[in-house]
Ligand binder design. Structure first.
Ligand code: SAM
Length: 274
């Protein structure tokens, strides 16, 4: 055991935390796995961790037992609050629980010193949460690293390279601002209840100097280009300037979105007027 608190199965039974599908609740109960996730982006001593969706608190406990200075946990399901209060009592002053929808919380305001985001994300809001953290105005961002669990299929889209089937808007946005890697995969049986799909933990390290470009422009070109990913760019980018735009960026109009690297998307975005 990592602490003297009760096993997670007992916590879940005592607080009647039957998993709700609508909240993306697939709990991790095995502390060997949970500890591995907590430490994926390195030792936690002196680090503040922002955790999304602590649920019954397994990862929260591993983060605190692993040496995190503080955990700020955002949870939407009020049924979990009494279980989290027990953890807060065990680690006085080190666990702050924010009750609410993580999509509506500005995490920039929560960061304190070296801050990481570490979470077994609710799958229904995982992509918008990630996009929000990648597209902030301030760079370097409020986090020094992120370790996040996604469905494997989404993880593949995050780390995809040009030419990969999964390469698209998410990979361009991620690769522009961060270095992202799949740390390890987890079988459905590791979760309670077991989801239908495999899961992956992805680590993100912010790039010190991402290529300068407006987020809005980058989103506009990737939306148009990947919206018609099989078409040649001179066709898919027609609304944004077509041949003239491509010429300004030095990119042949016969190429397709899935072949372009991040530098080329940035060149296109910087060629947009306005
Ligand atoms: N951390 C726990 C674990 O690893 O066992 C639970 C992870 S579970 C996949 C996702 C958690 O996110 C649930 O506790 C759920 O209630 C919470 N959640 C779902 N939607 C949320 C939202 N919009 N904001 C904050 N928490 C949310």
């Amino acid at each position: 055991m990592i602490d003297d608190l009760p096993p997670l199965r007992d916590v879940i039974a005592r607080h009647e935390l039957n998993a709700k599908k609508s909240l993306g609740q697939n709990f991790l109960l095995d502390f060997n796995i949970i500890q591995k996730i907590a430490l994926t982006s390195g030792q936690l001593d002196g680090v503040t961790v922002i955790e999304i969706g602590p649920g019954p608190g397994g990862l929260t406990r591993a983060l605190l037992a692993g040496g995190a200075k503080k955990v700020i946990a955002i949870e939407r399901d009020e049924r979990c609050l009494p279980a989290l209060a027990e953890i807060a009592e065990y680690y006085p002053g080190q666990l702050e629980v924010v009750e609410g929808d993580a999509l509506k919380v500005d995490c920039t305001d929560l960061a304190e010193g070296e801050t990481r985001i570490i979470a077994n994300l609710p799958y229904n809001v995982a992509t918008p949460l990630l996009t929000g953290w990648l597209t902030g105005n301030d760079w370097p961002p409020f986090y020094s690293a992120m370790s996040l669990m996604f469905q494997k299929e989404v993880a593949m889209r995050i780390v995809a390279r040009p030419g990969d089937k999964a390469y698209g808007r998410l990979a361009v946005l991620t690769g522009w601002r961060c270095k992202a890697d799949i740390a390890f995969n987890l079988d459905p049986q590791n979760f309670t209840p077991a989801p239908k799909v495999m899961s992956s933990v992805v680590t993100f390290t912010p790039r010190a100097k991402p290529l300068p470009v407006k987020v809005k422009s980058l989103e506009a070109v990737t939306r148009a280009a990947f919206g018609q990913r099989r078409k040649m760019l001179r066709q898919s980018l027609k609304q944004l300037g077509g041949a003239a735009l491509l010429e300004r960026a030095g990119i042949a109009g016969t190429r397709r979105a899935e072949e372009l690297n991040i530098e080329e998307f940035v060149a296109l975005a910087n060629g947009l007027s306005g």
